[in-house]
Design a protein. Structure first.
Length: 111
């Protein structure tokens, strides 16, 4: 059994805040089974997007998706619009944290 999406979002937000950053829920999806997309930033500058996906082993894992931090804000907006059109249950959470690469590495490994 896995945590519901709203509880997982609350945990991710708390994790960001405990590390001195902040989190913003940009879009709420299905409370129990919604998919989850993280926009990882530092001081307002986009670094990466992470998506929680179901692996072939039946476990959930995090993967980098979408535009990297070097791409324009328009590319990020287009990507988000496309994801939301594709998945009405999608949660989108922006995490603005001091060390995004460390957070990403820890999240992908522990996910």
């Amino acid at each position: 059994m896995r945590l519901t999406t709203d509880i997982e979002v609350a945990g991710l937000c708390r994790r960001a805040e405990n590390d001195g950053g902040f989190a913003t829920v940009l879009r709420k999806g299905d409370r129990e089974r919604g998919s989850l997309l993280l926009i990882v930033s530092s001081r307002g500058r986009h670094h990466a997007c992470l998506e929680r996906t179901l692996s072939l082993k039946g476990t959930y894992e995090w993967a980098r998706v979408g535009p990297e931090g070097t791409e324009s804000a328009e590319k990020l907006a287009e990507f988000l619009e496309k994801q939301i059109r594709f998945d009405e249950d999608l949660w989108v959470v922006e995490l603005d944290i001091a060390d995004p690469e460390r957070f990403i590495a820890e999240t992908i490994v522990s996910g």
